[in-house]
Design a protein around this ligand. Sequence first.
Ligand code: GDP
Length: 298
Amino acid sequence: MFATLSDRLTATFKTLRGKGRLSEADIDATAREIRIALLEADVALPVVKEFIAAVKERARGAEVSQALNPAQQVIKIVNEELVQILGGETRRIRFAKQPPSVIMLAGLQGAGKTTLAGKLALWLREQGKQPLLVAADLQRPNAVNQLQVVGERAGVAVFAPEPGNGVGDPIAVARDSIDHARSKLYDVVVVDTAGRLGVDAEMMQQAADIRDAVKPDETLFVVDAMIGQDAVTTANAFLEGVGFDGVVLTKLDGDARGGAALSVASVTGRPVMFASAGEKLTDFDVFHPERMASRILD
Ligand code: GDP
């Protein structure tokens, strides 16, 4: 991911090398190149516009510096603006003062929620927590089973409706899971919810009902980075329908151009908190905006 964006930006900065002081024309030309690079990477237009305006303003106002030449100054500005649109500082999970903490996962079907539940559970265990995974996705016939498999791989318990109890009520399952966690002393409950292939009112309502039943400490919107521009539309729909505190980007191992990563946090005002880059449960980490920005500008 970000290979094209990274190459293009590097090429742009090269043209500034050796310049004594940047003229207005230099700044305009650089801004134009950065704009094209971001648009080609599928970054949403409003985000690109804001980004370019900020870079231009700061580049014009940049003091002549002993330490940095003009090219380095522009790189520094672009780096800082990238960190900003990626959510600023690394945002960590806020655990409840009184366990269990509740983390709810929301997102479209296929976004990678169930896989993420396993990754998150394994990660939580490494943080010394006792997580409980909750199968509140009763829409897809195989979803409960898939979560059980993932739970087994992560070595964590899964709370699911009893087999043979009919289709089951995902809201009741979610609610019961909190009592179960309390009585069995699990300290973090991770609730997997149903998604659809597209945004749909019924799914949104179900997710909102689950949210009301479990009162999450953190609601994470899980989004497939490969869906590019659509990520912004989907994110806005979830923000309005369910609300969320942070974003998890999945499939960063694919050949996504990176626009989703750069747009979602900026447009929704919610930080990217985790990134998932592969099908293995260990292909997962806390998201660090500065590291990602440095990678892009490497
Ligand atoms: P859900 O419908 O949101 O629960 O999505 P799933 O967890 O079932 O994931 C959908 C597909 O994406 C599965 O085939 C996963 O193996 C795959 N997947 C999930 N996360 C990643 C990732 O980070 N990278 C890759 N390459 N595949 C992923």
